[in-house]
Design a protein around this ligand. Structure first.
Ligand code: 5GP
Length: 140
């Protein structure tokens, strides 16, 4: 599948639409999911233009996992999450709705994921409060 330069995460990476940012480095960006499945649900994306895992370079995959680990640790510290669930969908057939590779970093338990993903828009102010707690924990 060819990469769609106009997908929503490509626009976030280019700064064309806003996101509640948690962390950024040379290869990755982490931000809050606007339709979270649990409180603190975050997304980690590579800066590489890749639709699924199968187009992603080994270097970008490694960088993503490094960032996932940072965010998960910060969710544990900042939000008191007992567990952290990772979810990563490849292709529409798998349920992927945004065609730029991403890893969902979801504080909580698999049992909390009864609500289908990408359905309920969260309150932006509440997302920002949770994001601040994660960002503060990243700095610890
Ligand atoms: P997928 O279905 O592709 O695995 O997940 C896409 C995720 O992106 C969903 O959880 C959805 O809530 C989230 N999402 C969709 N559009 C936006 C957006 O504009 N901003 C943010 N921050 N998240 C989004």
């Amino acid at each position: 599948m060819s990469y769609d330069q106009n997908n929503i995460f490509a626009k976030i990476l280019r700064g064309e639409i806003p996101c509640i940012k948690l962390y950024e480095d040379a290869h990755t960006l982490a931000f809050m999911d606007i339709m979270p499945q649990t409180q603190g649900h975050a997304l980690v994306i590579p800066k590489q233009a890749a639709t699924t895992l199968f187009e992603l370079s080994d270097e970008a995959a490694t960088a993503c996992m490094r960032t996932v680990r940072k965010i998960g640790e910060a969710q544990k510290k900042g939000l008191g999450a007992q567990g952290v669930v990772l979810m990563q969908l490849n292709g529409e057939a798998a349920g992927q709705t945004v065609p730029h590779f991403h890893i969902h970093v979801i504080p909580g338990s698999i049992a909390d994921l009864r609500r289908p993903h990408a359905t309920h828009m969260a309150d932006q102010a509440q997302l920002k409060v949770l994001a601040d707690r994660i960002v503060d924990a990243l700095a610890d």
